[in-house]
Design a binder for this molecule. Sequence first.
Ligand code: PLP
Length: 413
Amino acid sequence: MSRSLDPGQMLTQKHPMTEIFTGNFTQQEPIPEAGIEAAVNVMRNGRLHRYNTAAGELSETALLEQEFAAQMGAKYCLAVASGGYALAMALRAVGVQPGDAVLTNAFTLAPVPGSIASVGARPVFVGVTEDLTIDLQDLAAKADQAKVLMLSHMRGHLCDMDRLMQICDDAGIIVIEDCAHTMGASWNGVLSGRHGAIGCYSCQTYKHVNSGEGGLFITDDEEIAARATILSGSYMLYERHLAAPAPEVFERVKYVTPNISGRMDNLRAAILRPQLQDLDTQVARWNERYVAVEEGLRDTPGLTVVERPEPEVFVGSSIQFLLLDWSAEKVQEVVQRCGVRGVELKWFGTPEPVAFTSRYDSWQYADTPRMPESDRVLAGILDMRVPLTFTLEDCAQIARIIRSEVGAVYQGA
Ligand SMILES: *Cc1c(COP(=O)(O)O)cnc(C)c1O
């Protein structure tokens, strides 16, 4: 994707070695051929709705759920319309009521507090540390304020999950995990999404599998699974599921659980099944790229690399670094200068929500007091996608560009 400038393009006077990155930060890999073939087959037979099956046929959606449950070691799985839908469904399935408080991360993406607001509940934000994980001291301090924690593993950073579960178990808090950036990750050998009562995943284009839109929901709790199935819009056809609880469990919930349609269709499921089979390979490829950028950024004066803890297996589909305690002007200058050289950085310190970089004070419906320690961290976070279409040389070049621009601004600071 990258190429060096030819001599005529070089800015010969001031920066003889100025290189520009020409790759595309939002270009995905193609869907695997097996997925394309399966999707074409679904279109040829016309049975796109998950419950529209020929005699004896198992739908792509039901098979996807069966396979993902097995892959994650979960008893039950449900495929739905989006990651955000899965989060809202999880809140409903555990009984969150309008007006209830729900704990969640101050550093997360808008659909997370949005899912809480969508059920009429109230987000209570927990701070973020310099490791970009939830502040467990702040969580312990707020543990008496809510019965549910929606834990967002934002940008793939896992906190000490053993300590978190201890705090929540002691306080009787139900944990719902937002694993939009941690599909394929683990903590101390336990897959992300398997610590809490429910794990929710996104299959949206910018996540770890790509069906345009889509979500996956896993749990080991039969009542939660039955309620979620009815909520997702099963039209009482739950016996066609392959990763759902027994019919008698549905008898207990089916008259008191509303249908809030948000199903997945067979076309998307067909595209996702082969991608999930490749997940481990893709994780390894992401991490090679992540490490190439990280290595190139290490020991840059003024720049803090976010060190990954030993028990964490992460998925390096994006990388963050900190310019801690820099002035807003200087950070903006780095973003601007990197942009000129083709490197797209997102800054979480910007006062206006821009694309994917909104933060807790952008969600004014939640009416949150200022969190000075989190503000300091958020003001320093720079964020960059690492798509699999980048080569390792692309990653090394990107790191060189960031390093030189951070250096130039830092020296002038
Ligand atoms: C993308 C994302 C979601 C929501 O997923 P959608 O499929 O876009 O609804 C939730 N949480 C985080 C952290 C995300 O990045």
